[in-house]
Design a protein around this ligand. Structure first.
Ligand SMILES: [Zn+2]
Length: 298
Protein backbone atom coordinates (compact mmCIF):
# COMPACT_ATOMS: atom_id res chain seq x y z
CA UNK A 1 0.00 0.00 0.00
CA UNK A 2 1.39 3.37 -0.97
CA UNK A 3 1.23 6.09 1.63
CA UNK A 4 2.80 9.48 2.22
CA UNK A 5 6.19 9.47 3.91
CA UNK A 6 5.94 11.30 7.25
CA UNK A 7 9.13 13.20 6.52
CA UNK A 8 9.28 14.17 2.82
CA UNK A 9 5.56 13.67 2.17
CA UNK A 10 6.21 11.75 -1.11
CA UNK A 11 3.92 8.80 -1.85
CA UNK A 12 5.68 5.47 -1.75
CA UNK A 13 6.06 2.08 -0.12
CA UNK A 14 6.89 2.95 3.45
CA UNK A 15 9.40 0.99 5.49
CA UNK A 16 8.86 -0.31 8.99
CA UNK A 17 11.23 2.11 10.69
CA UNK A 18 12.60 2.05 14.21
CA UNK A 19 11.75 4.92 16.54
CA UNK A 20 14.97 4.24 18.46
CA UNK A 21 17.74 2.97 16.14
CA UNK A 22 18.16 -0.80 16.05
CA UNK A 23 21.93 -0.79 16.81
CA UNK A 24 21.04 0.26 20.35
CA UNK A 25 18.80 -2.75 20.92
CA UNK A 26 21.35 -4.97 19.29
CA UNK A 27 23.99 -3.80 21.75
CA UNK A 28 21.60 -4.14 24.74
CA UNK A 29 20.84 -7.70 23.74
CA UNK A 30 24.46 -8.66 23.20
CA UNK A 31 25.63 -7.10 26.45
CA UNK A 32 22.71 -8.30 28.60
CA UNK A 33 24.09 -11.63 29.73
CA UNK A 34 20.81 -13.31 28.72
CA UNK A 35 20.46 -12.35 25.09
CA UNK A 36 16.96 -11.00 25.69
CA UNK A 37 15.44 -7.60 26.17
CA UNK A 38 12.60 -6.54 28.39
CA UNK A 39 10.77 -3.29 28.02
CA UNK A 40 9.88 -0.97 30.85
CA UNK A 41 6.24 -0.62 29.96
CA UNK A 42 5.69 -4.34 29.47
CA UNK A 43 8.29 -5.97 31.69
CA UNK A 44 6.52 -9.35 31.48
CA UNK A 45 7.23 -9.72 27.80
CA UNK A 46 10.55 -10.47 26.28
CA UNK A 47 10.96 -8.34 23.22
CA UNK A 48 13.48 -8.89 20.51
CA UNK A 49 13.31 -5.44 19.05
CA UNK A 50 12.24 -1.85 19.63
CA UNK A 51 9.21 0.16 18.61
CA UNK A 52 8.55 0.42 14.87
CA UNK A 53 6.17 2.37 12.67
CA UNK A 54 5.51 2.47 8.91
CA UNK A 55 6.61 6.07 8.54
CA UNK A 56 9.44 6.58 6.08
CA UNK A 57 10.08 6.11 2.37
CA UNK A 58 13.32 4.31 1.44
CA UNK A 59 15.07 7.63 0.66
CA UNK A 60 14.32 9.12 4.08
CA UNK A 61 15.12 5.83 5.81
CA UNK A 62 18.54 5.90 4.10
CA UNK A 63 19.05 9.49 5.19
CA UNK A 64 18.41 8.58 8.85
CA UNK A 65 20.60 5.52 8.57
CA UNK A 66 23.56 7.52 7.36
CA UNK A 67 23.47 9.70 10.52
CA UNK A 68 22.83 6.69 12.74
CA UNK A 69 25.87 4.92 11.38
CA UNK A 70 28.09 7.93 12.18
CA UNK A 71 26.65 8.21 15.67
CA UNK A 72 27.07 4.48 16.35
CA UNK A 73 30.65 4.48 15.10
CA UNK A 74 31.98 7.72 16.60
CA UNK A 75 29.97 8.01 19.81
CA UNK A 76 27.80 5.11 20.90
CA UNK A 77 30.20 2.18 20.56
CA UNK A 78 33.22 4.03 22.03
CA UNK A 79 31.04 5.20 24.96
CA UNK A 80 29.71 1.76 25.85
CA UNK A 81 33.22 0.34 25.62
CA UNK A 82 34.27 2.94 28.19
CA UNK A 83 37.37 3.82 26.29
CA UNK A 84 36.79 7.50 25.61
CA UNK A 85 35.33 10.56 27.31
CA UNK A 86 35.44 13.11 24.55
CA UNK A 87 34.09 12.81 21.06
CA UNK A 88 34.55 15.11 18.12
CA UNK A 89 31.57 15.32 15.85
CA UNK A 90 30.53 16.74 12.52
CA UNK A 91 27.18 17.96 11.15
CA UNK A 92 25.76 14.41 11.48
CA UNK A 93 25.32 14.71 15.27
CA UNK A 94 22.76 17.50 15.11
CA UNK A 95 20.96 15.74 12.23
CA UNK A 96 20.90 12.51 14.21
CA UNK A 97 19.70 14.28 17.38
CA UNK A 98 16.95 16.16 15.58
CA UNK A 99 15.87 12.98 13.77
CA UNK A 100 15.46 11.25 17.14
CA UNK A 101 13.61 14.13 18.79
CA UNK A 102 11.33 14.37 15.76
CA UNK A 103 10.56 10.64 15.80
CA UNK A 104 9.90 10.54 19.54
CA UNK A 105 7.74 13.66 19.64
CA UNK A 106 5.70 12.50 16.65
CA UNK A 107 5.31 9.02 18.12
CA UNK A 108 4.08 10.34 21.48
CA UNK A 109 1.88 12.96 19.84
CA UNK A 110 0.18 10.27 17.73
CA UNK A 111 -0.37 8.09 20.79
CA UNK A 112 -1.50 10.72 23.32
CA UNK A 113 -2.38 13.80 21.31
CA UNK A 114 -0.27 15.57 23.99
CA UNK A 115 -3.51 15.88 25.92
CA UNK A 116 -1.79 17.13 29.07
CA UNK A 117 -0.17 20.04 27.20
CA UNK A 118 -1.68 23.53 27.54
CA UNK A 119 -2.69 24.91 24.11
CA UNK A 120 0.34 27.21 23.92
CA UNK A 121 2.72 24.28 24.35
CA UNK A 122 0.76 22.18 21.85
CA UNK A 123 1.38 24.93 19.30
CA UNK A 124 5.07 24.95 20.22
CA UNK A 125 5.24 21.17 19.79
CA UNK A 126 3.75 21.47 16.29
CA UNK A 127 6.21 24.22 15.43
CA UNK A 128 9.09 22.11 16.76
CA UNK A 129 8.00 19.19 14.55
CA UNK A 130 7.77 21.48 11.51
CA UNK A 131 11.13 23.13 12.16
CA UNK A 132 12.88 19.80 12.78
CA UNK A 133 11.39 18.36 9.60
CA UNK A 134 12.66 21.31 7.56
CA UNK A 135 16.10 21.05 9.14
CA UNK A 136 16.27 17.31 8.36
CA UNK A 137 15.35 18.01 4.73
CA UNK A 138 17.95 20.81 4.47
CA UNK A 139 15.29 23.48 4.15
CA UNK A 140 16.39 25.21 7.35
CA UNK A 141 20.07 25.77 8.31
CA UNK A 142 19.48 25.06 12.03
CA UNK A 143 16.67 23.95 14.35
CA UNK A 144 16.19 27.51 15.75
CA UNK A 145 15.05 27.60 19.37
CA UNK A 146 14.17 23.90 19.25
CA UNK A 147 17.70 23.05 20.35
CA UNK A 148 19.21 19.66 21.02
CA UNK A 149 21.22 19.02 24.18
CA UNK A 150 23.23 15.85 24.62
CA UNK A 151 25.49 14.56 27.34
CA UNK A 152 27.36 11.35 27.93
CA UNK A 153 26.52 9.61 31.21
CA UNK A 154 28.91 7.77 33.46
CA UNK A 155 28.37 5.58 36.49
CA UNK A 156 27.88 7.68 39.62
CA UNK A 157 30.51 6.84 42.20
CA UNK A 158 29.55 9.33 44.87
CA UNK A 159 26.73 11.84 45.23
CA UNK A 160 25.07 14.39 47.46
CA UNK A 161 21.45 13.93 46.36
CA UNK A 162 18.61 13.07 48.67
CA UNK A 163 16.86 9.81 47.94
CA UNK A 164 18.74 8.77 44.83
CA UNK A 165 16.96 5.60 43.60
CA UNK A 166 19.12 2.53 44.19
CA UNK A 167 18.86 1.49 40.51
CA UNK A 168 20.30 4.86 39.39
CA UNK A 169 23.45 3.46 37.77
CA UNK A 170 21.59 0.68 35.99
CA UNK A 171 19.14 3.30 34.76
CA UNK A 172 21.90 5.65 33.51
CA UNK A 173 24.05 2.96 31.97
CA UNK A 174 21.54 0.60 30.36
CA UNK A 175 18.01 1.88 30.05
CA UNK A 176 16.18 3.13 26.98
CA UNK A 177 13.43 5.52 27.98
CA UNK A 178 11.51 8.02 25.86
CA UNK A 179 9.06 10.64 27.03
CA UNK A 180 7.78 14.16 26.48
CA UNK A 181 8.04 16.16 29.69
CA UNK A 182 6.12 19.31 30.48
CA UNK A 183 4.77 21.61 33.15
CA UNK A 184 2.41 24.52 32.50
CA UNK A 185 5.09 26.65 30.83
CA UNK A 186 7.88 24.44 29.50
CA UNK A 187 8.27 21.20 27.59
CA UNK A 188 11.02 19.04 26.15
CA UNK A 189 11.51 15.69 24.45
CA UNK A 190 13.37 13.27 26.69
CA UNK A 191 15.46 10.49 25.15
CA UNK A 192 17.49 8.36 27.49
CA UNK A 193 19.78 5.88 25.75
CA UNK A 194 22.40 3.67 27.37
CA UNK A 195 25.04 6.15 28.72
CA UNK A 196 23.55 9.05 26.77
CA UNK A 197 20.94 11.67 27.52
CA UNK A 198 19.38 13.70 24.73
CA UNK A 199 16.79 16.43 25.13
CA UNK A 200 15.01 18.28 22.35
CA UNK A 201 13.61 21.63 23.45
CA UNK A 202 9.96 22.29 22.71
CA UNK A 203 9.78 25.37 24.85
CA UNK A 204 12.35 26.25 27.52
CA UNK A 205 12.16 29.62 29.26
CA UNK A 206 15.81 29.87 30.27
CA UNK A 207 17.87 27.86 27.79
CA UNK A 208 21.10 29.40 29.14
CA UNK A 209 20.70 27.36 32.34
CA UNK A 210 21.91 24.43 30.22
CA UNK A 211 25.66 24.83 29.95
CA UNK A 212 28.01 22.91 27.62
CA UNK A 213 25.34 20.51 26.47
CA UNK A 214 24.07 22.03 23.22
CA UNK A 215 24.71 20.12 19.99
CA UNK A 216 26.24 22.54 17.48
CA UNK A 217 25.28 22.71 13.82
CA UNK A 218 28.61 22.07 12.12
CA UNK A 219 31.02 20.53 14.63
CA UNK A 220 31.97 20.32 18.26
CA UNK A 221 33.15 18.07 21.05
CA UNK A 222 30.76 15.99 23.09
CA UNK A 223 31.96 15.41 26.64
CA UNK A 224 32.85 18.74 28.28
CA UNK A 225 34.75 18.72 31.56
CA UNK A 226 31.87 20.39 33.30
CA UNK A 227 28.17 20.54 32.52
CA UNK A 228 25.43 22.48 34.14
CA UNK A 229 21.87 21.20 33.99
CA UNK A 230 18.94 22.99 35.58
CA UNK A 231 17.67 21.36 38.76
CA UNK A 232 14.40 20.27 37.15
CA UNK A 233 16.37 18.10 34.74
CA UNK A 234 18.27 16.28 37.50
CA UNK A 235 14.98 15.80 39.37
CA UNK A 236 13.35 14.48 36.22
CA UNK A 237 16.13 11.93 35.66
CA UNK A 238 15.71 10.75 39.26
CA UNK A 239 11.95 10.48 38.80
CA UNK A 240 12.34 8.41 35.62
CA UNK A 241 14.80 6.06 37.34
CA UNK A 242 12.29 5.64 40.16
CA UNK A 243 9.55 4.84 37.67
CA UNK A 244 11.68 2.22 36.00
CA UNK A 245 12.35 0.70 39.44
CA UNK A 246 8.64 0.34 40.18
CA UNK A 247 7.95 -1.12 36.73
CA UNK A 248 10.63 -3.69 37.40
CA UNK A 249 8.91 -4.60 40.64
CA UNK A 250 5.79 -5.46 38.65
CA UNK A 251 7.45 -8.42 36.95
CA UNK A 252 5.28 -11.39 37.77
CA UNK A 253 6.51 -14.40 39.76
CA UNK A 254 6.36 -16.62 36.68
CA UNK A 255 8.46 -14.18 34.67
CA UNK A 256 10.87 -13.82 37.54
CA UNK A 257 11.62 -17.51 37.65
CA UNK A 258 12.09 -17.46 33.89
CA UNK A 259 14.65 -14.66 34.27
CA UNK A 260 16.43 -16.49 37.07
CA UNK A 261 16.56 -19.65 34.97
CA UNK A 262 18.08 -17.75 32.06
CA UNK A 263 20.67 -16.15 34.31
CA UNK A 264 21.58 -19.49 35.88
CA UNK A 265 22.01 -21.08 32.47
CA UNK A 266 24.24 -18.22 31.38
CA UNK A 267 26.01 -17.57 34.64
CA UNK A 268 29.50 -17.24 33.12
CA UNK A 269 28.23 -14.95 30.44
CA UNK A 270 26.28 -12.91 32.99
CA UNK A 271 29.27 -12.35 35.27
CA UNK A 272 31.17 -10.69 32.45
CA UNK A 273 28.20 -8.82 31.02
CA UNK A 274 27.53 -5.11 31.03
CA UNK A 275 24.29 -5.78 32.94
CA UNK A 276 26.35 -7.24 35.76
CA UNK A 277 28.84 -4.35 35.68
CA UNK A 278 26.00 -1.82 35.98
CA UNK A 279 24.53 -3.78 38.89
CA UNK A 280 27.96 -3.74 40.56
CA UNK A 281 28.06 0.06 40.28
CA UNK A 282 24.77 0.26 42.17
CA UNK A 283 25.99 -2.17 44.81
CA UNK A 284 29.12 -0.08 45.32
CA UNK A 285 27.15 3.15 45.55
CA UNK A 286 24.13 2.08 47.61
CA UNK A 287 25.25 -1.09 49.38
CA UNK A 288 24.08 -4.65 48.83
CA UNK A 289 21.19 -4.53 51.29
CA UNK A 290 19.56 -1.56 49.61
CA UNK A 291 20.07 -2.82 46.08
CA UNK A 292 18.95 -6.39 46.69
CA UNK A 293 16.04 -5.38 48.83
CA UNK A 294 14.33 -3.91 45.85
CA UNK A 295 15.79 -6.21 43.30
CA UNK A 296 15.11 -9.23 45.55
CA UNK A 297 12.99 -10.10 42.70
CA UNK A 298 15.20 -9.25 39.71
ZN1 LIG B 1 10.50 10.31 2.58
Amino acid sequence: MKRNCKLCNQKGNLENSHIIPSFIYKWLKESSGTGYLRFGQTPNKRVQDGLKEYWLCPTCEDLFQKWETEFAKHIFHPIVKNNKNQFNYGPWLLKFSVSLSWRVLLFIKEKTNLSNFPQKLKNEANLALKTWKKFLLDKEPNPKKYQQHMLPLNAIRSHSFDNLPSNMNRYLLRSVNIDVANNTKEAFVYIKLPRILLTGFIHIEKPRQWKNTIVHVKKGTLGADRYVLPKYMADYLKKQADKSKSLNKKISEKQRSKINETYKKNIDKFATSDTFAALQHDVELFGESKVFDLTKSS
